[in-house]
Design a protein. Structure first.
Ligand SMILES: [Zn+2]
Lengths: 152, 61
């Protein structure tokens, strides 16, 4: 059997994701099961991800854990969950004058120029291109995508 | 229960300071839970450079 890591998806009761992850870690340690890590990203409601070499170990671990309901058939790869490990960067890398696209919120899809970067609060102030009057708006740094670094 | 997270190493901290970093630079504004059980074998632990089994926040603000 392969010792390589795969990712298995565990269905949980909603809002119990973190407690399930914590308890699975305890069970894995106590019963010496090959579960290497557990992941409960906030974006995944009702699911916990387990890093293990095979689904049998995960199946065994969930038996005694309340709110861990089932192991979803199949497996995911490390690549598929990488984005959870590197949450969208905050304002790091965003500079004044950069051209960005807003990726969520009421201005989603709008392009804008960065006017000010507030690293402490992870916010940036931008001016939307399509606004009739360029009113500066302040948004979270993780809701934008950089299209172009500052213009020369 | 509200747990704080060390701003430096992202470890969940029960007390007033991080037992590993020794810093009191903690935050209550965090999201996403990662539990590292076996850092030797875990690809996730390797990717993010964690060597100690513990609970970590994916994101701290
Ligand atoms: Zn720390």
């Amino acid at each position: 059997m392969s010792e390589d890591s795969a990712i298995f998806v565990i269905k949980t009761t909603a809002n119990q994701e973190r407690s399930v992850a914590g308890m699975l870690a305890k069970v894995a340690k106590k019963d010496n099961l090959d579960i290497r890590a557990l992941l409960a990203p906030d974006e995944l409601k009702g699911y916990v991800l387990a890093e293990s070499s095979n689904s049998g170990e995960v199946e065994q671990a969930i038996q005694t854990v309340p709110h861990a309901r089932a192991v979803v058939k199949g497996q995911s790869s490390m690549e598929e969950i990488m984005h959870f490990l590197t949450p969208k960067p905050t304002v790091t890398g965003i500079t004044e004058g950069a051209i960005i696209e807003v990726t969520s919120g009421p201005f989603k899809g709008e392009k804008a120029r960065v006017k000010r970067v507030d690293e402490g609060h992870e916010e940036i102030t931008v001016e939307l291109f399509d606004a009739v009057v360029p009113i500066p708006i302040t948004i979270r740094g993780d809701t934008v995508r950089i299209l172009r670094k500052e213009e020369e | 229960m509200v747990e704080s997270v060390c701003m430096d190493c992202h470890r969940l901290v029960a007390g007033q300071e991080c037992p590993v970093c020794g810093t009191t630079n903690l935050s209550n504004d965090w999201s996403g839970l990662l539990v590292i059980v076996d850092p030797e074998k875990s690809e996730i632990a390797k990717k993010i450079g964690v060597t100690i089994p513990d609970k970590y926040a994916l994101k701290v603000r």
